[in-house]
Each structure stands twice: as structure tokens, then as C-alpha cells.
Design a protein around this ligand. Sequence first.
Ligand SMILES: Nc1ncnc2c1ncn2[C@@H]1O[C@H](COP(=O)(O)OP(=O)(O)OP(=O)(O)O)[C@@H](O)[C@H]1O
Length: 588
Amino acid sequence: MGLAVLGSVLGMAVTLLTGRVVGAVPDVINDAPGAMSLAGFSWLLAGLLVVFVVDSLQPAVQQVASLTMDAAVTREIGIGITRPLLGPRRIAHLEDTEVLNVQEQAKGKGGFHLAQGLSNLPWLLASRVTLVGSAVIVGVMFSWLVAALLFAVTIFLEWFTGKMVEREIDVWWGNTEEQRRAGYVFDLGMRDAPKELRVFGLNNWLVRRYVHEWNAGLRTVWERRHQNVYWSFLTGALHLAANGFAIVLVGRAALAGDLPLTQVATTVPAILAIGVSMNGYGVAQVRRGLSAYRAMEKLPGTIAERHPEPVVTSRHRVETMPAREIRFEKVSFRYPGSGHEVLRELDLTIHAHQALALVGVNGAGKSTLVKLLGGAYRPTSGRITVDGVDLAELDLAAWQRRVAAIVQDFLRFPLSVTDNVVFGAVERADDKAALAKVAREAGIDDVVRRLPSGWETVLDKTFDGGVDLSGGEWQRVALARALFAVQAGAGVLVLDEPAAALDVRAEAELVERYLELTSGVASLIISHRFSVVRNADRICVLAGGRIVEDGTHEQLLDQDGTYAAMFRLQAERYVTATLPEDPEGIDA
Ligand SMILES: Nc1ncnc2c1ncn2[C@@H]1O[C@H](COP(=O)(O)OP(=O)(O)OP(=O)(O)O)[C@@H](O)[C@H]1O
């Protein structure tokens, strides 16, 4: 900004010096009495040249400063958006359309970008300085009335341009959801689902869909911009007319002999400078950028207001919990914005040092129960207690550190194997012994040995030397991460479908080790594979939002209820699938 202001000051200095040089020429040539000496005139000319050269260099320096600022602003926007989104310990805000729209606006695109707005700010400031300075020059050299008129017209037209841009911004903000959809389709095409898109031949469909969504998001903005172009022509013409009128007045005064040459040669460039100082484009860009900035400012407040996090006042020692049990007491839950009650007055006790399995059909609410246990959502009614203390009263961040989990859609970090495992407890990242132990337990030591750079291999093919793992190998890495957290002291282990991608051998290994892996912690395993489930100390069946059966494998088979029916159905399918062809194979 300093450089831009300096540039405009230098520009005005050029105007003043040019006026003096032009004004002095006739007297110096004619050697008139009282005229400037030739040496003095040469110094004046040299001064003009120096100021002119420095003024010409200024934009290049400004460009470098602008690029540096751009990089810094882009970084700050990244921090300004991700920090408030990652801050809350719950996740309901990540599914809230209002929050997502504000986030989209804060990210900025299509010209509505904070960095773009900021890069125009110095130029806008410089044009303001030029406007004020040039108006003063016109006032001193010619007429304060004309100066005031030009100043007022310029400010009014800029204000008018700003108003038009505001209307465009309103349209833009009204279409954020469409733009978010376009962004999603774009990301899908870039990375998320390359294989399925090709298998189903969806590449052209995706491009068309992207164009459609993008147009839907921007059409009304373009229409508004289109209308604004006519207004821009009109405001430009008006400004030109005002400046032309002022120049005519200067010309008339000069012809009438009322205005000396120096004044004429200074006033005319000053009027022209006012002419180019009207920066409608700068006003538009700064205001658009400002709208993104306001959204960024608004984001933390929107999240805090719509999804307040509890202020913890109690001082329970979360680090040793659960010593006895976790209880769901008449817990009901429906997702925000949904009318469907997933859990209905559910009662369940998970004892410390006990391996509990949860079974139920698709959509029964098993993963939802895990999310409530981890404090990602609050129950709609009822409560969850840990050793008798309401989860809502605990320090949620500390509680979440107590819970180690493989969730169904676990994260696949495009980082080294080490990082992928130690992220279970980053504070213990240097514990090599624990790393080796969990690698053995999760069965990834063989996988790591085969990798080109062992533990340091990056698990993403798009990086140099990176590799991709199979689904089952990834699942074992996720298991290792959860076990690393347990090694570091987590007191609850949640395994949501830990065997979904495992082959028969890996599954058998997991089953064999299951009780060993879960000893010493309260554990909850969710699986549709009864081979995994049957080994748990206790099994609960979730149906209709409640626990409908509770007992050991044998007890539940004796009850001959839902569990027994599900178990037999799965067992039968294995038997009937192989028996007729290869009875020996089953024994084997
Ligand atoms: N974020 C969400 N917003 C709204 N509804 C959701 C959300 N996640 C899940 N649901 C709904 O909640 C119900 C329970 O889903 P949940 O994932 O807990 O089932 P599940 O028992 O784990 O199923 P599965 O065996 O298929 O993994 C389903 O009807 C699902 O559509």
C-alpha cells in the first residue's frame, strides 16, 4: 500500500514538475528578464526525469510485493477457514448447510476472492490519493469550484458503482449451494472416484454435469454483471463529460489570457489524472473480496451460534475413565434436520474390560451409536454416562482421546505408514517399540517389509515413490492406528466393521487375537461377520432403535431370537454354497 501511495504521489510530482518545465520554456528560450537560469532549468529538467524514472519503476516493485501478499493471504484464508471447522469436538456443523455455505463463500471463487480483493486495495487507495492530490492541484492552480465538482462527481460515480456491485454480490451469495455442488462434481472428477467413473463410462456425463452446475451457480451473477456493464458505460461517459467540461473551462481561461502557461500545463494533466482515478473496477474487486472476508469472519460465529460446544466446569479425571462402565440411559437420537429417530430410548451398559459386540441389520443405528459414544453428536434425549458422570459434563476433547476407533470410513492419510499408525496418539509418535508391537498385532509387519521404503513409504501413488495398499491392507493399517492409541493409554476400543475387507486368513487371525487385542479396555465391535462377533464376551442385538437381545453367543442361540436367526442364515449360506460340490473342502 505504501508503494502504491508513493506511486501516486510521484505521479502528482511529475504533473507539477511538468507544469513548471513547460511554463519556464518560453522565458528561458527568449532569455526574458526574471527568467530561470539555464543551469536552474537543467536541474529542474533533471529532477523531472529522476521522478519520472522512479515513478515508472514503482509498478514492477509493486508487482513483487503484490505476489508476496497474495501468497500470505492465501495461506491465511486456509487457516481462517480450516481452524473454525476443525475446532469443534462434535461434527454436526459439518453437515449444516448454513455453515457449509458460509465456508464456501469464505473460500471465494469466480472473482469473489479475498486475495483478489486485497491485491486491488493498494491501487484503490492510490487512486484515492491521486484524486485528492489532483483535485487540490486543480483548486490551487485553477478553480476550487471546478476541483470540488470533479471530486464530487468521481466520488458519487464510484459510490454508484459500489451499489451495483453490492447487488451482484447479493445474487452471488444467494447461489452458494449450486456453486458448492459444482465444486463437489469438480473434485469428484479430479480425484475421488476415478475407477468407478471409467467403469460406468461417466466421464462425459461428469463434465456435462459440472458445466450444468457451474452455469446454474453463476448464470444469475453473469446476468447481473451484464446489466452492470451498461451502467459502467454510462458512469464512464458521465465522468468523461465532467472532465471534458473542466478542460474546456481551462482552455477558455487560457485563451482569454487569465491563466498562465505553467497553470495550464499543470491543471490539464491533473484533470486527466482525476479522469483515470475513478477506479470502478478496483471498487468492484475490493467489495467482492470483502464479501469473502466477511464470510471468513462470520464462520467461527456461525458455528459457535448454531452448534455451541459445552463449557466444561467439572473436573473429572477423564484420563482413567472408564474404570467401571459406559451407560446409555434412555438414549434417543435423530440426526439434525431429519425426522427419523435412529435410536429410541436405548439402554445399554458397556463394561470396562469387557468385549462387547453389537449386531443389527443395515441402517439399524450401530455406527450412530458409536458416534454418540465418541461425543460426535449429543443424544436428542436421554444421556450417556461414563462411571456415572454425564458425557456432557466431561471435557470432550479429553474423552475423545480416550476412545480409539476404526470407523467404517476410516481415513487413509496420503502420508508415510508411520504417520498413518502413530496418528492414533501423535504425542507418542517416537515410541518405536509400541509401533512394532501394533504392527505385529494388526498384521501389517509383512506388508511394511515389502514396501520400497518400509515404514517411510508414502501411501499414495500420486507422490514420488508412493504406493497404494489394497483395501484389506488399509484396514489393517487402520487397526494398527487404533491399537497404537490403546498402547498409548486409550480406555475404549471401537472396531466398526474391522474385517469388512479382510481375506479369510486375515479374518481368522483377527478372530484369534480379538480377545487379546481387547483385553484391558472397554471394547465395542460391530460386524456383520458372525465369526468375529461370536467370540465377544457379550453380544447385543440392535433393532428398532433399541437393544432387543443381550447375552453370550450360546445364550442368544438358546433364546432362538433375532441373533439366532441371523447367525443360522449366515452359517447356512456358507454350507449350502459349498456342500454339494466339495464336502471335503469344508472339513479342510
Ligand atoms: N449423517 C447422517 N444424517 C442423517 N441420517 C443419517 C446420517 N448417518 C446415518 N443416517 C441414517 O441413520 C440410520 C442409521 O445409520 P447407521 O450408519 O448408524 O446404521 P448401521 O447400523 O451402522 O448400518 P450399516 O450396517 O449399514 O453400517 C440410517 O437410516 C441412515 O440413513
